[in-house]
Design a protein. Structure first.
Lengths: 294, 275
């Protein structure tokens, strides 16, 4: 009896280093946000309790509201563009022969390149002095020779999203390819026997079969896009004139440029709680559906 | 039959064209890294006169890549090995022993995936500032080990679940301690997956931007990706150097990826399909 207790204790000791490490670096700071969001902390001095003032300020902060709008655009873009591209190409890739492997490798390649490099290189491509615009200028295509999307308030957000999508859709492709490989061939044979066309097979066989992957994709995108930071910060830092400001860049600036850490904490906490609750709700819905089907 | 072959041909052509368009930016970087600044300023697209590594030498010097490589290698390797140890132990404890609170620990590590990095940035920065851990390699390794933990837990845990338990039982009956069983039984069997974890963690830290940009602001401590980020801002018309610096910055991870692609892709997408 004593021996069993000892092995159980030994097993627990194996877990403790990772648990304590993760708890101190992730959970403790995350929980301290609840406190800081109620103070006027500047990051250095002793925080002073101000109640819900930060949250009241947030509701009337037009910069913050505009960031929400940009973030929603970003989220909608990433819910659909990489999915259509990735799934569409995956459908093609799984129907061609061995050549799909080297092609898949190349499509995935941008995913392993750091955001700092792809972001900055595309800034060079987008620049009117060194980028694509110079080519149009040479070709004397007047309308595009001033092409400078990062300097244009209407285009900058989409230009940055384009780069993030370029980096990411290869990942979605691989994800969808592995999902498609798990769909049993018999289902397609049966559909062929019934004389189903391409779209009928897509709607009635493929999509229902890979539904769990698509659901996981949606959940992931919602969580990830609400705190997306790298590409926008690297390419525009929220500019020109706030046109590409996202929640993350707003939070970052509030903390590291104007030192309003209390307010920054309040915004960060709201965004994260929102993302988390969406995650939990969607996860719950997905699992409940799964149970019902069984 | 003939119609089907034609269809496959068309689809192959479409796939090849999309892939080629997709890698135009990368091809441009490679080609332009061998052209002089003047050539690039005259025309963004064009072929180099020859293979000349002059741009690379200048970019390496100007960008301070020697120290950046040392930093990135120490941080990447340090994080990867420490990560492997702590997470290897944890998964072993949860999957292979009758530990206390098994269910809790398992849920805890998976749930960690849903905590966005932004929640911890501000408090951690203030703490690091007071503890004088800013601009230190150890400091950033401590963060990276924690932020990579949940993903690696899921990845490794899926593998351990599929391992046979008979060897463990046999070892226990022979009187082996858990530590001996871990070292002599589990490690040899899990070697391939451990390699994947090291490679993926290394690449993740090499590419990471948010934490490194915030916590390593001193020039001498900056990693390779950060150096490139600063380098582009500092030169205005020397694009030959910029393109060469880009290649210098991505070469190690691209080489790792090219040589271990299946392992890599499998590891990177693991867990995502399951949701």
């Amino acid at each position: 009896m004593k021996k069993i207790k000892k092995t159980r204790l030994n097993g627990t000791f194996f877990i403790l280093p990772a648990f304590i490490w993760h708890f101190c670096i992730i959970v403790v700071p995350a929980c301290s946000m609840f406190y800081y969001s109620l103070t006027n902390w500047n990051g250095l001095s002793k925080p002073e309790f101000v109640g819900l003032a930060n949250f009241r300020r947030m509701i009337h902060d037009t910069d913050f509201l505009f960031a929400i709008r940009n973030n929603l655009i970003w989220t909608v873009l990433f819910l659909f563009v990489p999915l259509v591209l990735g799934l569409g190409m995956a459908l093609i890739f799984t129907k061609i022969g061995k050549i799909q492997m080297p092609l898949r490798t190349l499509c995935f390649l941008p995913y392993v390149i750091s955001a700092a490099v792809s972001g900055k290189i595309f800034t060079v491509f987008y620049s009117p002095y060194s980028g694509v615009a110079t080519i149009f200028d040479k070709l004397e295509i007047e309308s595009l020779s001033n092409f400078a999307p990062l300097g244009d308030r209407a285009q900058a957000l989409y230009a940055a999203a384009f780069v993030d999508n370029w980096h990411w859709w290869g990942f979605v492709l691989v994800l969808m390819m592995s999902a498609l490989h798990q769909v049993s061939a018999e289902l397609y044979e049966a559909a062929d026997m019934e004389g189903a066309g391409f779209f009928q097979k897509l709607v009635h066989v493929t999509i229902p079969q890979i539904k769990p992957t698509i659901a996981a994709y949606f959940i992931f995108v919602i969580i990830a896009t609400f705190t997306t930071f790298d590409y926008v910060w690297i390419m525009t830092q929220g500019g020109p004139a706030g046109a590409t400001e996202l929640l993350s860049t707003r939070i970052y600036k509030t903390n590291f440029l104007t030192y309003e850490s209390g307010y920054s904490s309040a915004m960060s906490l709201s965004v994260c709680l929102f993302a988390l609750s969406v995650y939990l709700i969607l996860n719950y819905m997905q699992h409940r559906k799964g149970d019902r089907r069984e | 039959m003939k119609r089907k072959r034609r269809k496959v041909c068309l689809l192959t052509a479409a796939a090849v064209i999309v892939t080629l368009v997709h890698i135009i930016p990368l091809a441009t970087i490679i080609i332009n890294s061998f052209r002089t600044n003047q050539e690039i300023n005259l025309s963004m697209l064009g072929f180099p006169k020859g293979i000349d590594f002059q741009n690379y030498l200048v970019a390496w010097e100007k960008g301070g890549y020697a120290s950046a490589y040392v930093n990135s290698l120490i941080i990447g390797a340090g994080t990867a090995f420490v990560e492997l140890f702590v997470i290897g132990f944890a998964v072993y404890g949860i999957q292979k022993t009758d530990c206390y609170f098994k269910k809790f620990f398992s849920t805890y590590f998976v749930a960690g995936l849903a905590i966005p990095a932004f929640t911890i940035l501000v408090p951690l920065f203030s703490f690091y500032n007071q503890a004088e851990l800013l601009n230190t390699r150890v400091g950033i390794i401590i963060i990276y080990v924690a932020t990579n933990m949940s993903f690696n837990y899921m990845f490794l845990s899926a593998f351990f679940e599929g391992m046979s338990r008979e060897l463990d039982e046999a070892a226990r009956i022979d009187g082996a301690t858990e530590m001996q069983n871990f070292i002599y039984n589990t490690i040899p069997m899990a070697k391939p997956i451990f390699t994947s974890i090291i490679l993926i963690t290394f690449v993740n830290t090499w590419n990471e931007f948010l934490f490194s940009n915030t916590f390593l602001q001193e020039k001498t401590m900056r990693t390779v990706s950060l150096r490139f980020y600063n380098f582009v801002g500092s030169t205005s018309v020397e694009y030959g150097y910029v393109y060469a610096a880009a290649i210098i910055s991505i070469l190690p991870v691209v080489v790792i990826y090219m040589f271990t692609q299946d392992k890599f892709i499998e590891g990177m997408t693991a867990g995502s399909v399951k949701g």
